[in-house]
Design a protein around this ligand. Structure first.
Ligand SMILES: Nc1ncnc2c1ncn2[C@@H]1O[C@H](COP(=O)(O)OP(=O)(O)O)[C@@H](O)[C@H]1O
Ligand SMILES: [Mg+2]
Length: 246
């Protein structure tokens, strides 16, 4: 059974459809990368999976259970899904350690000692243990975003959603964040990733989906979609993104 499955998911804002019937299947341990122009619906899709938006039609299954059903418990669903957005949104008044343990302690009732032990394990795995007592403003943007990913892992999610996690970073800080995500991919974390980093997409994606106006216009392996796109609009998009300013 796949970790995540989207069946004909449709979403509109007012009269305008922004997702036009999206199908996705993420088997355990795979990474699906969403690419597409700004406004094509990538963030909306991720927000629907995390139940930050309600879908208007279709279903989303997490471990086989329909999370879009009216009786689904949104809080319980969100505890099984880790999310990291573009702007690192750590709590500025909490230390790194407290940022990472907050979710498990508050949402899952994990005891402080156990939550801190797990947090230290995670921080040390990703080279951040020495920052445990620091406040976010003492960290570089790249370190903050790595902590945000560690925080998303602290609740032991089944699925990780990453929305443009490097686009707010200075170019020299992008690498360390992508490298962490690459490690997670190697460890078998199931991930749904929206990104403009095509080199990264090529490396980590089991499947690449090109979103155009809320529909998956083209999908396949990164080799197929990025190196040998069949649709003119995919080619256009890749050309634009690979030759900035053109
Ligand atoms: N809360 C909202 N209300 C109305 N329209 C929205 C809202 N959120 C997103 N949209 C619109 O939905 C479309 C898809 O946006 P988005 O999912 O953010 O695209 P992407 O992440 O690919 O840039 C855009 O046209 C955007 O303006
Ligand atoms: Mg977006």
């Amino acid at each position: 059974m796949p970790v995540l499955e989207l069946q004909q998911v449709r979403k509109r804002f007012g009269q305008r459809w922004v997702l036009g019937g999206v199908d996705l299947v993420l088997p355990e341990g795979t990474a699906t990368v969403l690419i597409g122009a700004s406004g094509s619906g990538k963030s909306t899709l991720l927000r629907c999976v995390n139940l930050l938006e309600t879908v208007d039609d279709g279903s989303i299954l997490l471990d086989g259970g329909d999370i879009t059903a009216v009786r689904a418990d949104a809080d319980a669903v969100r505890r099984r899904i880790g999310v990291v957005f573009q702007a690192y949104n750590l709590f500025p008044h909490l230390s790194v350690l407290d940022n990472v343990t907050l979710g498990p302690r508050r949402a899952q009732g994990v005891a402080r000692g156990e939550a801190e032990g797990h947090a230290r394990d995670l921080l040390s795995r990703f080279g951040l243990l020495e920052k445990a007592a620091d406040y976010p403003d003492r960290l570089s943007g790249g370190q903050q975003q790595r902590v945000a990913i560690v925080r998303a892992l602290a609740t032991r999610p089944r699925l990780l959603l990453l929305d443009e996690v490097t686009s707010a970073l200075d170019p020299e800080l992008v690498g360390e964040v992508l490298s962490l995500v690459r490690d997670l991919r190697g460890e078998g974390m199931t991930m749904l990733i929206a990104t403009h980093e095509m080199g990264f997409a090529r490396e980590v994606a089991d499947e690449v989906c090109f979103l155009d106006a809320g529909s998956v216009l083209e999908r396949g392996t990164s080799q197929q979609v990025l190196a040998d796109p069949q649709q003119p609009r995919t080619r256009q998009f890749l050309q634009r993104i690979l030759t900035p300013g053109a």
